[in-house]
Design a protein around this ligand. Structure first.
Ligand SMILES: [Zn+2]
Length: 343
């Protein structure tokens, strides 16, 4: 990246109220058929414009074409029955009714490639595309076929690799895998989770990222955070192995979180997307608050490897709040950029 401290978002941005119910996860679409396809593209353009007006350097589709960051990808695969549902615990945290893996999973056709091409046509800026990670995918399903979390994750990794290669060919600069499950299942992450992720990025020439957060600002997550104590040291369990992995960028939750910033030292050498925007509050950060978080991170990340970002996706927020946070991110990064260039 030519610019110092290039800004981006972790993923989703709010959808317009004419497309989906605002401030809601898994919100049903308000349009159908051709109107829905056109509506999603219009929303993508608006969302891109919001990022550009705020001065965000690495832009995304804001996940305007998907209902949910994991489910929408899985819906496009065969081998998963969405009618057959079982109750499971998501990330050891909350019960949810989930679809069942009933046979071999496979991708019959590309999932997001047309959307990525559409985004590519709209801008010459670097673009980042998010996909769910293999471990987070298996954690949202009931598996009655493979009966092995590792085996299913491996199959998903192969599918993700097919999709990722096509996204790269469509002109995506950074492919990001969302792995909030990495913050929960430490033994599995070290045993096979990171290996599965490396399988998903095999053969890619574009940059790759893994996003590991403490989740959207929904109640189940904020309640869980209250049980984590005064210091959140989850990253410590997985950073040593991630440091030696082939992943280029690691995206983390840092704003208003109790993650000790010095844990980032454990991934020294990697590029780090530092979450400097809290997505669990409607309070808009001041540029100075953003700058302060970035300054702290600079103690443990070389300036040319620091990518200011958001803690997580902003889909549950209002568009007004999300725009305010994008502006704050951009202005906060600019403060630190000026300080660095004055040195
Ligand atoms: Zn997240």
């Amino acid at each position: 990246m030519k610019i110092l401290l290039p800004t981006s978002t972790a993923g989703s941005l709010p959808k317009p109220s004419w497309l989906a119910q605002p401030e809601t996860l898994w919100s049903p679409w308000k349009l159908q058929g051709e109107e829905l396809i056109e509506g999603k593209q219009d929303a993508l353009r608006l969302c891109l414009q919001d990022q550009q007006q705020a001065g965000i350097d690495i832009v995304s589709d804001g996940e305007q074409t998907r209902q949910h960051f994991v489910t929408t990808f899985i819906e496009h695969l065969s081998g998963v029955d969405f009618e057959k549902r079982e109750i499971v615990k998501i990330r050891n945290r909350y019960d949810a009714s989930v679809p069942t893996v009933v046979g071999a999973v496979s991708r019959q056709k590309p999932v997001f490639v047309e959307d990525a091409k559409f985004l590519r046509q709209q801008t010459k800026q670097p673009i980042k595309w998010a996909l769910p990670g293999p471990m987070t995918m298996i954690d949202t399903l009931y598996d009655s076929h493979y009966k092995s979390r590792e085996k299913l994750a491996w199959e998903f990794a192969k599918i993700l690799n097919q999709e990722a290669r096509e996204l790269e060919a469509a002109g995506v600069d950074i492919i990001q895998f969302d792995e909030p499950a990495f913050n929960v299942f430490f033994d599995e992450v070290n045993d096979w989770g990171i290996a599965a992720l490396e399988r998903a990025i095999e053969g890619l020439n574009c940059e790759t990222a893994v996003h590991i957060c403490y989740g959207y600002g929904i109640k189940a997550n904020t309640d869980w955070k209250k049980t984590l104590g005064s210091e959140w040291r989850q990253y410590e369990e997985i950073f040593p192995k991630l440091q030696t992995s082939n992943i280029d960028i690691i995206s983390l939750e840092c704003q208003n979180s109790r993650v000790p910033m010095d844990l980032i030292e454990l991934i020294r050498g990697k590029k780090v997307m530092v979450g400097a925007i809290d997505v669990a509050t409607n309070t808009i950060e001041t540029p100075e608050e953003v700058a302060s978080t970035l300054r702290k991170a600079l103690q443990f990340v070389d300036a040319d490897k620091l990518y200011p970002s958001t803690n997580c996706g902003m889909t549950p927020l209002s568009r007004r709040v999300a725009r305010g946070k994008l502006n704050a991110l951009s202005a906060g990064a600019e403060i630190v950029r000026r300080e660095l260039s004055a040195k």
